[in-house]
Every structure is written in structure tokens, then in C-alpha cells.
Design a protein around this ligand. Structure first.
Ligand code: 5AD
Ligand code: SF4
Length: 364
């Protein structure tokens, strides 16, 4: 089957997705171009900004790939003060981003969940205009998800990391804290509660195949996600998975595969929000721009105060570690404009896919 024919289909079998993910040379250019055309047609060539606040690098989990896993004793743990969080939110509001993402390591203790609730309330009280608030704080109980929503959060990102159960077990400790089914159940809970729900996977993991990635794409479609954040796996020397670095594809190929995943997903789910993940930039200085040109439409400028950035290194060579929010943001704006996209200042940028579902649901 030729590529043009595949690109013009409306649904794809797993084998067809594998074919798309294996394309090269001219076909690869056609795929990326189709990703960009689809983005332009369905969500427009505009980029939504989300100010990223990395609240804390304390984490109760021990994922084998992650630099801030609790077993890594090489890093100093931090928790932003209320004032530091609110300053970062002010920065986002003053710069008209209209949305923020609060992310942290995963903790379920009461001190943590209460602190997040209280921060959300303070953020809401502080600003008159509505701002979109995405949380990325892992698996929590229904009560906690509900409470955070009542306090002002409206979007939630919880990456499934990989939908292949064997691979999931290879990259996580095999214990009740790292349970695939529980993660899946948490995603379903978020959807049920009415969050704009986002997930994602790492691309180019050791032991991962194109078959796995095709299954990941089918899962996104089947689960009917509203947003996706997926990026390349980037090895970190102080993690157990580093041992398998000889199995990894070279950086250029990992980046290329991540761009293919973005383009294919944009074609499969034209109206969702897709983030140009920061990890793309740690493999290639122009990684995020390339993602925007393949179909991504969300960028998250990092607003974490500089002195904590070193502490939030999930992977090696994380960009922007030594810059202030101001510099990072100005540079990022230039980068976005350079590819011909515009920045949707002042727009919360809800997932069009979510808005459509909600409207139809309310009408029925
Ligand atoms: N490389 C790429 N992404 C990583 N993450 C954690 N560690 C790594 C790594 N080494 C991603 C995971 C997690 C998100 C917060 O960061 O997908 O969900
Ligand atoms: Fe913690 Fe998330 Fe890192 Fe896992 S990936 S160790 S849950 S911060």
C-alpha cells in the first residue's frame, strides 16, 4: 500500500500504524507534512502556552527511568513555598499565558494533598480572570481528584508510560505502588470526574518495539484522550535503566520516532492538544520546533525558580536548567514564531476534542 493512500484513511489497523511509524526519506517528509496540514486545518497554527511549575521533586515512587525516583540519593529534595508558586502564577498571568501546569513527584500523603488543595484555592483567589490549571501529580484517590477539581483544577496529565504490560514491568519496580491496572483506573477516574484528561508514553525505551508504539496510539484513540504529552526516553545515569543504554537507538532516530508518533497521532485525533515535550529538546536543540511542525500545538515554558531546576532533572541534559523564567520564555517565544506558528496569548486553549464531547454530551 502506498503512503499517500495510508495518510488519507480515516482509521488505521495496527499493521498500518506500524507502516506509518517505519516510513523513511520522502515518505517521512510526507507524513510530517500531513501532520502539520492536519493541525492547521483542525486546530489552527497556533500554540497554547502553559506555564510549568515544578512544585516538588519529592516522590514516593521509584520508576526505573526517572532521575527523581525516591531511590536516587544524589539529589537534594525541594518543595516550593506558597510565595514561589504564586509568583510563578503571577508571571504566567502577566504574560497572558492563561494556563498553568503544576507538576510534582507522586505522593499521596495527607500533608501533600492538603497542600496542593490549599495552593489551588490561593491561586483561584488571587486572580480575577479564569486560568486553566493542569495538574500532573500521579495516581490519587477519587476523593482527592474531586477535591482538587473543586479547588480549581480542570485538566490532569497522567502518562501511562507504556501500554505493553511486559514493558511496563521492565521499567517499573514490581510492587503494588507501580501497578499498571491502578494507573489505568486512575485515568478512567479522571475522565469520569470531568477533567480534560491527558496521558502519554515515552518513546524509544529499551525493549520497546514499533508494535508497542502502535498499540499505544490505538490506546489513546480507544480511551478517547483529550491531550497527549509524549516524548523521547532520555537516559539518566543515576537510574537502574541506564544499564540498558546500549540497547537504545541513537538520539537522532529516537527524535525522529517521536516526531512520527506526533504526526500519526495528529492525523488520528485531529482535535486533541498535543504537547511539544521538553525532552525533545534535550535530544536536539530544535526538537520542540520540529514537533510543532509535525502537529504539536502546546508548549510549556518552565516557570520553576532557577535555583530548583537542577533538582528536577528527570533525565540527562534537561534544557533550561540554568535560565530564569524570563529568559526561557523570551527564547521560547522566538522559537515558536520561527516555525510560522502564532502564540495564542490570553486563550486557555481547552482541548477542542474535549469541548466537542462536552457540548454534545450536554445537548443529549
Ligand atoms: N526520559 C524521558 N521522560 C521521562 N520521564 C521520567 N523520566 C524520564 C526519562 N528518563 C517522564 C515520564 C513521566 C514524566 C513526568 O516524565 O513519562 O510521566
Ligand atoms: Fe516519581 Fe513520576 Fe519520576 Fe516515577 S516518573 S519516579 S512517579 S516523578
Amino acid at each position: 500500500m502506498n503512503l499517500q493512500h495510508l495518510l488519507n484513511k480515516e482509521s488505521w489497523s495496527k499493521d498500518e500504524l506500524i507502516m506509518l511509524l517505519s516510513c523513511k526519506d520522502h515518505d517521512l517528509q510526507l507524513l510530517l507534512q500531513k501532520g502539520l496540514e492536519t493541525k492547521a486545518k483542525y486546530v489552527g497554527r497556533k500554540v497554547y502556552l502553559r506555564g510549568l511549575i515544578e512544585l516538588s521533586n519529592t516522590c514516593a515512587k521509584n520508576c526505573l527511568y526517572c532521575g527523581i525516583r525516591c531511590g536516587n540519593l544524589q539529589i537534594e529534595r525541594y518543595f516550593l513555598s506558597d510565595e514561589e508558586v504564586l509568583n510563578a502564577v503571577d508571571f504566567a498571568v502577566e504574560h497572558n499565558f492563561a494556563s498553568i501546569v503544576m507538576q510534582s513527584g507522586e505522593r499521596t500523603d495527607k500533608a501533600f494533598t492538603d497542600r496542593v488543595t490549599s495552593l489551588l484555592q490561593k491561586i483561584k483567589q488571587r486572580h480575577n480572570q479564569p486560568i486553566g490549571i493542569t495538574l500532573s501529580m500521579g495516581e490519587q484517590t477519587e476523593e482527592v481528584y474531586r477535591r482538587w477539581m473543586d479547588a480549581g483544577a480542570n485538566r490532569y496529565l497522567l502518562r501511562i508510560e507504556s501500554t505493553n504490560l511486559d514493558l511496563y514491568h521492565k521499567i517499573h519496580p514490581n510492587d503494588s505502588l507501580h501497578n499498571y491496572q491502578k494507573r489505568l483506573d486512575s485515568l478512567s477516574l479522571l475522565k469520569k470526574l470531568g477533567y480534560q484528561t491527558g496521558t502519554g508514553v515515552m518513546i524509544g525505551l529499551p525493549f520497546q518495539t514499533l508494535d508497542d508504539l502502535a498499540d499505544d496510539l490505538l490506546f489513546f484513540k480507544e480511551f478517547d484522550v483529550d491531550m497527549i504529552g509524549m516524548g523521547p526516553y532520555v537516559e539518566h545515569p543515576d537510574t537502574p535503566l541506564f544499564e540498558y543504554q546500549s540497547l537504545l537507538q541513537p538520539k537522532e532516530q529516537r527524535l525522529e520516532l517521536a516526531l512520527k508518533m506526533i504526526a500519526v497521532l495528529r492525523i488520528m485525533m485531529p482535535e486533541i492538544n498535543i504537547a511539544a515535550a521538553t525532552a525533545l529538546q534535550s535530544l536536539d536543540d530544535l526538537g520542540r520546533e520540529k514537533a510543532l511542525l509535525a502537529g504539536a500545538n502546546v508548549v510549556m515554558p518552565n516557570l520553576t525558580p532557577e535555583k530548583y531546576r537542577e533538582g528536577y532533572k528527570l533525565y540527562e541534559n534537561k534544557p533550561g536548567t540554568h535560565e530564569e523564567a524570563h529568559d526561557t520564555t523570551a527564547a521560547l517565544e522566538r522559537r515558536i514564531l520561527s516555525v510560522g506558528d502564532t502564540i495564542a496569548y490570553g486563550e486557555q486553549g481547552d482541548s477542542k476534542h474535549f469541548t466537542f464531547k462536552k457540548t454534545n454530551y450536554n445537548l443529549s
